[in-house]
Design a protein around this ligand. Structure first.
Ligand SMILES: [Ca+2]
Ligand SMILES: [Ca+2]
Length: 216
């Protein structure tokens, strides 16, 4: 009798672990932004703008809730188990290894924030960005939907060609937009690194600061 109960309990445990196993559910998990109007300048060397100043504040961030298929928080997810990428393939970023790092491991609610820098290049102006947790791209509700949650975030980089290095090819692209302002013909919003809708000497200074930077 006692043995039978132990066996049943073990079976239940195996069942429960195989069902949940702390595995991230793409739909019940959630990602959002702490603020509106986020615009972040990034460099393959991971040494450009912090997400925490992305909306003009000092504590702006991406909020992550990692949940399993039962809706419980998945705790202890390592800080490097995240990925960010453009929702629109035409705006695909070039990303280094561990391009975003969470501020902490997830807590008991599966919650963490991301407020650091992004290591990569490219430009997202219109389509927004998705977040993946342990390889699972977080989806819109209701479950069964295959739509990614696309965070309303603009990403720009001196790596304009999105090949993870800032070099002469990028200067070539930058030159086409130089001394132009929104909404002038030829103005490229991807070349504006200080968020003033002008592509001028201030932005060129950033090109210089990050010249020849690449992924570590
Ligand atoms: Ca480049
Ligand atoms: Ca500018």
């Amino acid at each position: 009798m006692f043995k039978g109960k132990v066996l049943l309990f073990s079976l239940l445990l195996v069942f429960a672990t195989s069902l949940y196993a702390g595995e991230v559910d793409d739909c019940l998990s959630d990602v959002s932004l702490s603020c509106v109007g986020m615009r972040v300048s990034i460099c393959p060397a991971g040494d450009f703008e912090f997400i925490r100043t992305g909306c003009g504040g000092t504590d702006d961030h991406i909020i992550v809730y990692a949940r399993d298929s039962a809706g419980n928080g998945v705790s202890g997810i390592p800080r490097t188990d995240y990925w960010i990428q453009a929702c629109d393939p035409a705006e695909e970023l070039c990303l280094c290894t561990a391009p975003i790092v969470a501020d902490s491991i997830t807590n008991d609610l599966g919650r963490t924030t991301i407020s650091g820098r992004i290591a990569g290049g490219g430009c997202i102006l219109n389509g927004g960005a998705y977040i993946a947790i342990q390889g699972q791209i977080v989806l819109e509700e209701p479950c069964g939907s295959t739509d990614w949650i696309c965070l309303d975030i603009i990403i720009v980089s001196p790596d304009l060609t999105a090949d993870c290095v800032v070099n002469l090819s990028d200067l070539g692209v930058f030159g086409l937009s130089y001394n132009k302002s929104y909404p002038e013909t030829g103005y490229n919003d991807c070349c504006d690194y200080n968020d003033d809708t002008h592509c001028n000497l201030s932005d060129f200074a950033f090109m210089g600061e990050h010249y020849l930077h690449e992924c570590f």
